[in-house]
Design a protein around this ligand. Structure first.
Ligand code: 6GU
Length: 225
């Protein structure tokens, strides 16, 4: 998969060079590049923002640098993602769906957002998604894009060593993950539940399912139909 990010702060994406995603890049499972939006400006001050027509607080990102930046990265098979608190909520199913795409472009806005014509233009050339991480406001799309890229990229075959762990984890079955324990069996007066030491795999599976149900009901009842 190829992933491009367009931003006035491309350094935000350096974290993708670390750990599993760094390794995935070295192995060419992912080809990632962050592009500095300011390199697509044509004025001396490298201006990316301007005041909104109709008035209102704050600055908007102006369309011309975005047009040139998109022109430089878009291909026949691109999906353009605009991270935005006004977008469709990002879910594990979103990550799963996007993990099968050939090329993702993350268009990361700052300030009060991007001129609407940039989204309309992108839509005329590619599949476009406006996606939100949740109901809170970040200063820009970069941190949200990094989170989405990690959630998407780890689902690409080969990126994670143990593919089995993908199936069992939180959210893949619509429930939160059950509690897990490792050695020692007793620590600071707290013992690992007996069933996990029993060697009875049917009982262990049953206990884990009950724990997952109980935890989900307690802290995320919205996930249970
Ligand atoms: Cl995707 N972007 C921004 N700027 N803020 C957010 C968000 C995204 N998701 C939640 N808050």
């Amino acid at each position: 998969m190829r992933i491009d990010a367009i931003s006035i702060f491309p350094d935000f994406f350096q974290v993708l060079d670390i750990s599993l995603l760094g390794k995935a890049q070295e192995q060419s499972l992912i080809q990632f590049k962050a592009h500095d939006l300011r390199t697509f400006t044509e004025d001396k001050h490298r201006t990316v923002d301007d005041t909104p027509f109709g008035g209102g607080a704050g600055m908007l990102m102006k369309p011309e640098p975005w047009g040139l930046a998109l022109d430089s990265v878009l291909t026949e098979n691109s999906v353009v993602i605009f991270p935005s608190p006004a977008g469709v909520p990002f879910k594990q199913a979103t990550a799963r769906e996007l993990s099968s795409k050939e090329h993702l472009v993350f268009a990361c806005g700052r300030y009060e957002g991007i001129d609407q014509r940039v989204l309309d233009y992108a839509q005329s050339r590619a599949e476009v998604r406006e996606i939100s991480l949740g109901d809170y406001v970040l200063n820009g799309g970069e941190v949200a894009a990094v989170a989405m890229i990690e959630a998407i990229a780890r689902l690409i075959p080969g990126v994670i060593g143990n593919a089995l762990s993908l199936d069992e984890e939180s959210h893949s079955e619509g429930l939160l993950e059950y509690p897990s324990y490792t050695k020692p069996a007793s620590w600071r007066g707290m013992d690992v539940p007996d069933v996990l030491l029993s060697g009875n795999h049917a009982e262990i599976a049953k206990w884990r399912k009950e724990q997952a149900m109980e935890k989900t009901r307690r802290i995320r009842p919205d996930l249970i139909d």
